[in-house]
Design a binder for this molecule. Structure first.
Ligand code: GLN
Length: 551
């Protein structure tokens, strides 16, 4: 079968869930037996989001191959249960860097380099790499931003050209728009949608489907109106009312007939009957009233929840499988330093300290680790959260408040967290960390080994600093256990405390591999410990789906 391409564009405003829609459509196709991959085209000029502030961009999602990508790739992986690679996120910066590199090498033989065709050809080449590198039969491509942005024009032009390059019957354009609600007249407005479709048409793309997002129910007359004014079949106007349960989006799209319509329009016959039993069970479980457990997330970007989206999702996956409601409490680590936020921290039955960079708020994180350790509160440290836990422990046994990571105090007497020798000469910030999958060998009899139930795992990394091997034996002698190490034993991957119900830190980021149907084993183990502390018996356990992809 020729590769089929589905292109997603956004209209009216951003942040209406274009990424979630694309991910959910991918799931509809996977359920029908097709191999699916998703690519995000980001119009900004940064080469990748790796060097961008989380305040600007939210979380940086890391893939197996170490690509630092847009957080939408997390939605794609979680919804479709796939593992993507670095060709699945393209930015304007990457496209221009490639073209300018070729120009400098003389590859264009003296030609004048222009947006059309050189930039657009490079974009099309990169779209074409997706089926080749992933084996996907259907490729979903999402363009970041909204139609009308200057930056996204070359991407839209490239996707327009693809219709004739790969054949009309192999492409399908989905436009995701927003219907504003006017309170004074109690009605939804379609005019902005009409305008954005007109804008899209003016650059040569006629949408085949319009997903109309809204916060209030969309009645049939609105669908008729959009169909008429935007020249799409009524069946292809998909009303999508905001749902607080993201997991439900594929089910809503299925109900709206999107899967069957796509089969028909792409000339495909479904290979398998979609099986929604598992997803429905999870959605029902979300709705069921459940006892709630408080977990405090101590971070420094807590004002922007998107900065920790995979951590939140992973916690929710685990809570859902254990039949409890996650009551996530956001605690600013810089406030902790000023003596604020402690009541929230103390009221929680679990503490999670996620990843981070730079010294702001680090002492607050170390204090949170100290609190969890001395009060025997379940603690999960992710990357920087593991380093904070080690620093606190080292300060205690060395009786030296100066023990630190050289990231925060270059001159510390006790650099318990330090750069590896091969990182010391690196000066560039972009793409130079330890990134992507690395193996981790588990020490039997530990909390980590018990959680994973396998001797070796592969986890995704994104960090520069490591636990300093010079302190390993001292830390071990005092009750810290290195339950996960690299197979050559050079790097500590997991640290845990023996004399504690659950105090565990990982140098990697387990949150990136958690799935709704397959919560990450360490998140599950952490949340079990949280339930235990909260005195909540686990009565509704949903078994984790078996899948060899996990490790
Ligand atoms: N800043 C720390 C390091 O580079 C931790 C990174 C992280 O938490 N992702 O090692």
């Amino acid at each position: 079968m020729p590769t089929k391409y589905l292109f997603f564009t956004g209209g009216v405003v951003s942040s209406v869930g274009k990424g979630v829609t694309a991910a959910a459509v991918g799931r509809l196709l996977k359920e029908r037996g097709f191999k699916v991959a998703v690519q995000k085209l980001d119009p900004y000029i940064n080469v990748d989001p790796g060097t961008m502030s989380p305040y600007q961009h939210g979380e940086v999602f890391v893939l197996d191959d170490g690509a630092e990508t847009d957080l939408d790739l997390g939605h794609y992986e979680r919804f479709i249960d796939v593992r993507l690679n670095r060709v699945c996120n393209v930015t304007t910066g990457q496209v221009y860097a490639e073209v300018i590199g070729k120009e400098r090498r003389g590859d264009y033989l003296g030609g004048t380099i222009q947006v059309i065709p050189h930039i657009t050809n490079e974009i099309k080449r990169r779209v074409g790499l997706v089926p080749r590198s992933t084996g996907a039969e259907i490729v979903l491509v999402e363009v970041g931003g909204t139609v009308g942005d200057i930056e996204s024009l070359p991407f839209l032009e490239a996707l327009r050209q693809m219709r004739s390059d790969v054949g009309r019957e192999n492409t399908f354009y989905i436009h995701v728009t927003w219907l504003p609600y006017i309170g004074a007249t109690c009605e939804l407005k379609t005019k902005p949608t009409q305008h954005s479709v007109r804008e899209l048409r003016s650059i040569g793309i006629s949408p085949d489907m319009i997903v109309a997002r809204s916060d209030t129910p969309i009645d049939d007359s609105i669908r008729d109106k959009i169909a008429l004014f935007c020249d799409v079949e009524k069946r292809a106007v998909v009303p999508m009312v905001t749902t607080p349960i993201l997991l439900e989006v594929p089910l809503l799209l299925e109900q709206a007939g999107v899967g069957d319509y796509l089969m028909q329009r792409l000339g495909l016959v479904e290979r398998t009957q979609p099986n929604w039993t598992g997803l429905k069970q999870l959605v029902d479980e979300v709705r069921r009233p459940k006892p709630s457990v408080k977990v405090a997330l101590v971070g420094k970007y807590v004002e922007l929840h998107d900065a920790y989206i995979s951590v939140c999702e992973a916690l929710k996956h685990a809570a859902l499988h254990l039949g409890v409601e996650l009551d996530l409490q956001w605690v600013h680590s810089a406030e902790i330093e000023k003596g604020k936020g402690w009541d929230t921290l103390r009221a929680a039955d679990g503490v999670i300290v996620p990843g981070g960079f730079g010294s702001r708020g680090i002492e607050g994180k170390i204090q949170a680790a100290h609190y969890a350790r001395t009060n025997k509160v379940p603690y999960l440290g992710l990357c920087l959260g593991m380093q904070a836990m080690v620093i606190d422990f080292a300060r205690d046994i060395l009786d030296d408040e100066g023990a630190n990571s050289t990231e925060f105090d270059r001159a510390t007497q006790h650099p318990v967290i330090d750069l590896m020798p091969d990182q010391k000469d690196i000066t560039d910030l972009g793409g130079t960390m330890r990134l992507g999958l690395y193996p981790c060998k588990l020490e039997s009899g530990t909390i980590a080994a018990h959680a994973y139930q396998v001797p070796l795992v592969n986890e995704r990394h994104r960090h520069r600093f490591e636990l300093n091997n010079a302190y390993r034996s001292l830390l071990e002698a005092n009750g810290m256990c290195f339950s996960g190490v690299s197979p050559d034993n050079r790097l500590v991957e997991i640290a845990e405390l023996a004399d504690h119900p659950f105090m565990l830190g990982t140098q990697f980021h387990p949150e990136f591999l958690s799935r709704p149907n397959r919560p990450h084993p360490l998140f599950l183990a952490f949340m079990k410990a949280v339930c235990e502390r909260a005195g909540i018996p686990i009565e509704h356990y949903i078994p984790v789906e078996e899948n060899a992809e996990q490790v």
